[in-house]
Structure formats: structure tokens, C-alpha cells
Design a protein around this ligand. Sequence first.
Ligand code: HPA
Length: 256
Amino acid sequence: MIGGTGLDHFALTEQRIIRVETPYGPVEPMVGKLANRELVFMSRHGRDHVIPPHLVNYRANIWALHELGVRKILATAAVGSLSKDYRLGELVLFDQFLDFTKSRPLTFYEGGQQGVLHVDMTEPYCSAVRQVIIKASKQLGFAVKNGACYVCTEGPRFETPAEIRMFQLLGADVVGMTSVPEVVLARELGMCYASIGMVTNEAAGIASHRLSHTEVMESIKNLENKVAQLIQATVERWSSSQDCLCVSANVEVGKF
Ligand code: HPA
């Protein structure tokens, strides 16, 4: 699991923090059990929310998860809404993204010895994992929308209303700052990845007020419990098999 803003901690049984060395630097995730399954929990912004979106060491995080044997990633992400179809307090599963990041390392495949990989992004977010989340949500009686186009901005600032109008024209439904390159790197290593989006605010210019991090955090507080229940129910239904194409994404180079 990769916990986004507001989900810096997650209670696991038998939990302990470990250190994993990666070519991109060390990572200190938590390992433990949930629903009697072994789980790794990683806080995207650090345990004390000190790492802004553009400085998250995405490559180290994903590399460490892969190194630990993780093959399926369930992430959470706070998002602003660009459309009346995605309302404050709703949960959504992304199915597409638009990448408007600017300064982040985007790949493990840097050429030379590491090779070159043009990884397929036809279906960036694993549909098999999304199905499991949807089944879990039905069991809990939670409404979760399956499918939303996520536009990833560089941050850490919020967008201008003009940018939001442009993203609406391009077909984006929700906006956030972290799904890219996380989802891409997971696919490059053949891992399944799905993300639960928490709609924390209306995007800039749609909201009748200015945006603030406090507003986002307050919305998350109201959703925390629901998301934790959804994660628990999803993990209970988890199967270790990968019934999807994610695993074969890197066979062309087959390096890692
Ligand atoms: N913009 C970008 N990222 C966000 C937002 C937003 O409005 N809300 C939560 N994360």
C-alpha cells in the first residue's frame, strides 16, 4: 500500500519499520499484517508528511516494494474535482491519466546498461485490482466510481483557474500531484497498480473560495475511516495471482 496525503499511517498487526537500500536511495517502509496477509505500507509523503509531491523519491519507493516481493500496489490519493460528476467526499478509481509533471525522473530505463523501454500505457491502472476494490465497496455499501481521468500537475502549488479550464477541455475529471510517475514506474516493473482517489475539494476556479491545504486535510479526515474500511475489505479479497497483463509489461527488455 502507498498511503497518500492524510494516510501517512496505517495500523497493521505485527508491524515494524524496515530499511531497504535501492539504487535510488534508502526507503523505510512499514511491514506487518492486515486481514492475516503480509502487507508493506509506505507513506508517500513520509511519516510526518514532509516530502512535497515533486520531491517524492518515486523510483526508490517502487523499487523497494518490488524488492520486497510486492506485486500489487493499492494507493490512495487526494484529488480536486473538475466536474460535477465527482463530488466532494466521493471515492473514485482512476482509469486514465494526463501527465503535466515537469521535473521528475519518469523511468527506470535510462538507456545504456539499463536499456530502453517504451512501456504500454493503454490501461495504466490495473482493471483486475480495480474490480476487487469495486467488489469490496459493494460489500460495504460504499459508492465508488470506477473510472476517472486524473491529470497530474507538478505542484506543489495548486492550479490556476485557467489551467483547470484547459484540463477540463482535455478531458480530465480530477486533479492531483502524485499519480505520475508512480503508476508508470509500477508498470515498468510489471506490478499491478490501482489508486483510490478521495475527492477533497473542487478545483481552482470551480470552488467559490481560494484553495488551501487545510481544506484538503479536513476533507480527508472525514473520509479516512471509510477508506480504511475499503482497504481492509479489499485486502480480505486479495488474491496473489495477477490475472492481467501488468506483469508482462517489461518483457521486451526483461531487465528487472
Ligand atoms: N489540485 C492538485 N492536487 C490536489 C488538489 C487540487 O485541487 N486537491 C487535492 N490534491
